[in-house]
Unconditional design. Structure first.
Length: 305
C-alpha cells in the first residue's frame, strides 16, 4: 500500500496536515484513510505521530473548485476551520495549475466560501476569506433555549465563577467571553474554564470557547478549540469574537479589527446589515507550508495501540 503524501502547513501557528484525496491523487488510494478518527488521532499526536491541530482533506468540489473536510486532533469532525481554509487555498493555488486564479471557491461544512489570493512570484502570501453570514439564533448555533432568541450576554456559572458569554456560529459554534480586567491572564482562564464550557449542556454539539479583551479598538484573544484544546490561532474564533464584540457594543461593525492571537494577528471585518444583523464576515491572514513528506498511516496507528 502506498504511503500518504501530506503537507504540514500552519496559519499563525494553528498547524495542520493537508492531504489531497481527490481522484487521481496518490493519497486517494491510501488505506487506512486519514479521515478515519483513529488515523487522524495518530497523525496528529505530537509525540508518536507527526503532530498537528487537525487533518485537512482536499476532496472534489460539489459547487466549488474543491471541498475541504476538517478532522480535529481528537478524531472528531469540525464543520469549518478559518485558518485551515487559508492553508488549503494556498496549496490549491500553488500546486494545481488549473486553479491558479485570483479567487478560489471552496466547499465546506459551513457552505461555499470564496478565497481571494494575494500572491507574489508564484507564492501565496495571504488569503482573504469571505466567511459568510454569522448565525446568531440559539437554533442555528446550536444552543439550548428559545430557538429564535439570540444568545447575547448569557450568564453562566462554572464552579464558583460567574461568566457572561455571547454565542455565535461561523458554521461551527463559539462561546465568546469578554474580560474587562486588564490584569487577567486570558490563557489561564481559557485553560481553566474552556474544557468545562466546551461540554456544557448549553451546547448540544459542544462549543469552541473564546476569552477576549478589547484594547484601543483591537482584540486580544485566546481560544480553547473544541476537540483540540488551546491553539495558537483560530480563524472562525476570531470572526465570531468580532461579531460578538459588535453585538455587545465593544467594537464597530464595518471596520477592520485586528485580532491578536497567541500565534499572530488576523484582520476581521464584520459587515453590518439591517435589523442589527450581519451580511457577512471577512477574514484576512497568512498561511505557510512548513514541509512536505510521506507517511505510512498504518504504522502510526499500530504504534499508538
Amino acid at each position: 500500500m502506498p504511503s500518504l503524501p501530506f503537507a504540514k502547513v500552519q496559519g499563525l501557528g494553528n498547524d495542520f496536515l493537508v492531504v489531497d484525496l481527490r481522484p487521481g491523487q496518490p493519497g486517494a488510494l491510501v488505506r487506512p484513510s486519514p479521515l478515519e478518527p483513529a488515523v487522524a488521532r495518530a497523525l496528529c499526536d505530537r509525540h508518536f505521530g507527526i503532530g498537528a491541530d487537525g487533518v485537512l482533506a482536499i476532496l472534489p468540489g460539489r459547487e466549488g473548485d474543491a471541498r475541504m473536510r476538517v478532522i480535529n486532533a481528537d478524531g472528531s469532525e469540525a464543520e469549518m476551520c478559518g485558518n485551515g481554509i487559508r492553508c488549503v487555498a494556498k496549496l490549491l493555488w500553488e500546486k494545481d495549475a488549473d486553479l491558479r486564479r485570483p479567487v478560489l471557491r471552496i466547499d465546506t461544512g459551513a457552505g461555499l466560501l470564496s478565497c481571494t489570493v494575494d500572491a507574489d512570484d508564484g507564492r501565496v502570501r495571504s488569503v482573504m476569506v469571505e466567511m459568510g453570514q454569522p448565525r446568531l439564533t440559539r437554533a442555528e448555533i446550536p444552543m439550548a433555549g428559545p430557538p429564535a432568541e439570540r444568545g447575547v450576554r448569557v450568564p453562566l456559572r462554572i464552579g464558583d465563577r460567574g461568566l457572561s458569554l455571547t454565542a455565535v456560529s461561523m458554521g461551527n459554534p463559539h462561546a465568546v467571553i469578554f474580560v474587562d480586567d486588564d490584569r487577567a491572564d486570558l490563557r489561564a482562564l481559557a485553560e481553566e474554564y474552556g474544557p468545562e464550557i466546551e461540554i456544557d449542556p448549553l451546547f448540544p454539539r459542544r462549543t469552541n470557547v473564546e476569552f477576549a479583551r478589547v484594547r484601543k479598538g483591537a482584540i486580544e484573544l485566546v481560544v480553547w478549540e473544541r476537540g483540540c484544546g488551546i491553539t495558537l490561532a483560530c480563524g472562525t474564533g476570531a470572526c465570531a469574537t468580532v461579531v460578538a464584540g459588535c453585538l455587545e457594543g465593544r467594537v464597530q461593525a464595518g471596520a477592520e479589527t485586528a485580532v491578536h492571537l497567541l500565534g499572530g494577528t488576523l484582520l476581521i471585518t464584520a459587515l453590518a446589515s439591517e435589523n442589527h444583523g450581519f451580511s457577512g464576515v471577512q477574514m484576512r491572514g497568512p498561511a505557510d507550508v512548513v514541509y512536505e513528506a510521506e507517511v505510512d498511516p498504518a504504522h502510526l496507528v499500530a504504534a499508538m495501540d
